[in-house]
Design a protein around this ligand. Structure first.
Ligand SMILES: Nc1ncnc2c1ncn2[C@@H]1O[C@H](COP(=O)(O)OP(=O)(O)OP(=O)(O)O)[C@@H](O)[C@H]1O
Length: 257
C-alpha cells in the first residue's frame, strides 16, 4: 500500500547550516509514530516538512494525493482581546453544523467547553479543543507537536488516550513529537530517533537496545522503552536508512523523559 508520506534523503539548511541531514522515512496508514530527539534535533522542522509548511533544501517528500492532515500545535497564540468561543474556533475554516461540533467535542470529552471562550480554557482543555479542531476534517494523518506541554499528568494520560481512540475511530496515522515516553510508548508502533539525521528507528523494544539510542538518551530512558513489547509485525530496521554514527551531545530534556 502506498504510504501517506514518503521522504527520501531530505536535507534542510538554515543560514548555511544543516538542520536535517539525509533523512528518509515513511508514514503508513494506521501507524503511530513517535519522534524523539534532543532540543534542536530538528523535530519541529521535520513536522513542518510533513505539513508542507517548509520545502527541503535537497531530497524529496511525496504525500499521497489529497492527503488530509489534522495538526495539533505545541501552543496556540491567540489575541487576548479576541472573544473567540470554542464553537467559533472549531468552525474556523470549515463548513460544519453545530451538531458536528457537539459530536467532535464529545469525542474529546469536551462537550461542556462549547460556549467557553478560548482564553478561559485550562492547558488540558485547550489541547483537547485543538485535538477536536484537528479531527473535524476526519484526517488521514494526525500530527501533534508536543501536545501535552503545560498539561498536568492526569490531563496527559487522558489526552494520549483520546489520541489513541481517535486513531482507531478515523483509522488515521499519527505522527507525534513527545517526551512523555512512559505514556506514549505502549501505544507507539514506531519510534524515530532524530538528531539532525535519523539515529535509529524501530519498535520501542528494538530501539531500547540500540547503542546510539542509549548513548543519546541514557540507559534509564532506554529501560523505559524496553518494557514495551509489540506482538505485531514491524518493518525490519534495515528498510530505513541509518545515517551512520554521530558525535553524541548531552541530551537537553532529561527531566522530561
Ligand atoms: N526558521 C529558522 N531559521 C533559522 N534556524 C531555524 C529555523 N527554524 C529552526 N531553526 C533551527 O533549526 C534547529 C532545529 O530546530 P527545531 O525547532 O526543528 O528543533 P526541535 O528538535 O523541534 O527542538 P525542541 O525540542 O527544542 O523544540 C535549531 O537549531 C533551530 O534554531
Amino acid at each position: 500500500m502506498q504510504p501517506l508520506v514518503s521522504a527520501q534523503n531530505i536535507f534542510v539548511e538554515f543560514n548555511q547550516q544543516n538542520v536535517l541531514e539525509n533523512v528518509s522515512f515513511s508514514i503508513e496508514m494506521g501507524k503511530i509514530i513517535t519522534l524523539l530527539g534532543p532540543n534542536g534535533a530538528g523535530k519541529s522542522t521535520l513536522v513542518k516538512l510533513v505539513l508542507g509548511l517548509l520545502q527541503p533544501s535537497r531530497g524529496s517528500i511525496i504525500r499521497k494525493a489529497n492527503l488530509t492532515i489534522g495538526y495539533v500545535p505545541q501552543k496556540l497564540k491567540l489575541d487576548p482581546t479576541l472573544p473567540l468561543t470554542v464553537k467559533r474556533f472549531i468552525k474556523l475554516n470549515s463548513h460544519i453544523v453545530d451538531d458536528e461540533i457537539v459530536n467532535i467535542l464529545h469525542q474529546v470529552n469536551g462537550e461542556k467547553l462549547i460556549n467557553k471562550t478560548m482564553h478561559q480554557l485550562s492547558g488540558g482543555e485547550m489541547q483537547r479543543v485543538l485535538l477536536a479542531q484537528a479531527l473535524i476534517k476526519k484526517p488521514e494523518l494526525l500530527i501533534l507537536d508536543e501536545p501535552t506541554q503545560g498539561v498536568d499528568i492526569n490531563g496527559q494520560v487522558s489526552l494520549y488516550n483520546l489520541i489513541a481512540n481517535a486513531k482507531h475511530r478515523f483509522n488515521c496515522a499519527v505522527l507525534m513529537v513527545s517526551h512523555d515516553l512512559h505514556l506514549v510508548m505502549a501505544k507507539t508502533d514506531e519510534v524515530i530517533c532524530l538528531n539532525k539525521h535519523i539515529c535509529c528507528v524501530g519498535a520501542p523494544s528494538q530501539i531500547s537496545s540500540d547503542p546510539e539510542f542509549i548513548a543519546l538518551f541514557g540507559q534509564n530512558t532506554a529501560n523505559q522503552l524496553a518494557v514495551y513489547k509489540h506482538h505485531h509485525i514491524h518493518q525490519p530496521a534495515s528498510k530505513h536508512r541509518y545515517q551512520g554514527r554521530i558525535q553524541l551531545p548531552k541530551f537537553g530534556k532529561t527531566d522530561h523523559v
